[in-house]
Write a protein that binds this ligand. Structure first.
Ligand SMILES: [Zn+2]
Length: 380
């Protein structure tokens, strides 16, 4: 790929994400949660082909069942499908549906295939960088649907789904939603294991066009291997697909409960109401003093206390310099390491209230920012 082509690809991808971000800017008053359910493939694109069933049909049935479960149990959640029948939908269109509907979550359902007939199990991908060759292979296969679309070279700005080089171009575009995506992916895998008794192949990170172009936490689920006779047999039964849908549903409910809790915190902060204090039994005297100082309306200062509150802005697999443009001009950046990711935080506040006061401003720069509590350099 030529350098000019690479730049073109980069600019077009960045603009998709930027426009998406503008459209999805949080309004704290917004109470409804929108989830976009994406049944992979469809119509002229069957996806992976088994001996008796196509991937596209497994995906659609699971997604429709999942949607029904969500609608029945979460009246405050708006469910949008990228397809409800056996039709072909372009990848870019799937992302557009999610972005224009200002979705809070994007769940894509797929079925795996491998040359090895013994390969089995479920895996869930969070938006991010393909780490291993194997992950890259899955990403390439799922993205290759682009080739079925008319005129893909212009539409995807030179993106060649079969070239490893195209994927490398994504590298620096670490998602601010990566952490939420990984959380949901872990809930899903846990449910597959405990609720549906499936083989757990873990949470992975892959580069899927459909995930890259969405500007909200996104996961892509591979519900099993159609190329494995036992798993194809399992997935071809309606009651098994119900079990899979139910597992994703449980994980969704868990994720949604966490989301609602965080949203409540943001609403209280933006209304400047007093937030019920977190019951810290071991709250240090210094923090109590800091809070009373704040109540007397004295100047907020960064105190050299052992305990502080920071605003987490994003997570990445990489270490960035303090002056990286990724921090959008913010100073006082720190990071801590958790689950193999570097989690970047802004500021150091003596109380949760102070951090929450600052949060709406930071959320404008980093959607999904939230407050974390530290004692020393340990996240609580
Ligand atoms: Zn697929």
């Amino acid at each position: 790929m030529k350098v000019s082509k690479k730049i073109l690809l980069l600019i077009s991808l960045l603009s998709i994400i930027f426009v998406g971000l503008l459209k999805t800017t949080n309004t704290y008053a917004q109470q409804t949660f929108t989830v976009v359910l994406d049944a992979g493939h469809g119509g002229k694109d069957p996806g992976a082909i088994g001996k008796k069933i196509y991937e596209k049909d497994i995906n659609l049935d699971i997604v429709l069942k999942l949607g029904d479960m969500i609608k029945q149990n979460h009246p405050d959640v708006k469910v949008i499908y990228t397809r409800k029948k056996d039709v072909f939908v372009e990848l870019g269109e799937r992302a557009r549906i999610a972005n224009t509907n200002k979705a809070d979550l994007f769940i894509s359902v797929h079925t795996n295939a491998a040359k090895s007939k013994s390969a089995q199990g479920t895996e869930t991908y969070a938006l991010g960088l393909a780490k291993s060759e194997e992950n890259l292979e899955v990403s390439k296969r799922e993205n290759s649907v682009i080739l079925l679309e008319d005129d893909y070279t212009t539409k995807y700005a030179g993106f060649d789904p079969t070239s490893a080089e195209s994927y490398i171009m994504f590298e620096f575009m670490q998602s601010i939603h990566l952490e939420q995506s990984i959380n949901l992916a872990s809930f899903i895998q846990e449910q597959f294991k405990t609720n549906a008794n499936r083989v757990d192949r873990g949470v992975r990170q892959g580069l899927f066009w459909v995930l890259r172009a969405t500007s909200m936490p996104s996961v892509l689920i591979e519900v099993g291997y159609i190329s494995n006779a036992a798993e194809e047999n399992y997935l071809s039964q309606s009651k098994s697909r119900t079990k899979i849908a139910e597992s994703i549903y449980n994980a969704f409910s868990h994720y949604k409960a966490d989301w609602s809790r965080k949203q409540q915190g943001k609403i209280a902060a933006s209304n400047n109401e007093s937030i019920p204090a977190i019951k810290d039994n071991d709250k240090s005297q210094k923090v109590v003093e800091a809070e009373s100082r704040e109540n007397q309306n004295t100047k907020t200062e960064i105190l050299n206390v052992e305990e502080d509150y920071r605003i987490q802005i994003f997570a990445s697999e990489k270490i960035y310099k303090q002056n990286s443009s990724l921090f959008k001009g913010l100073t006082q950046i720190k990071y801590y390491k958790e689950n193999g990711l570097y989690k970047y935080t802004y500021g150091s506040f003596a109380t949760r209230q102070q951090a929450l006061k600052e949060l709406p401003k930071i959320s404008k720069l980093f959607k999904g920012a939230f407050v974390v509590h530290f004692i020393g350099d340990k996240k609580q």
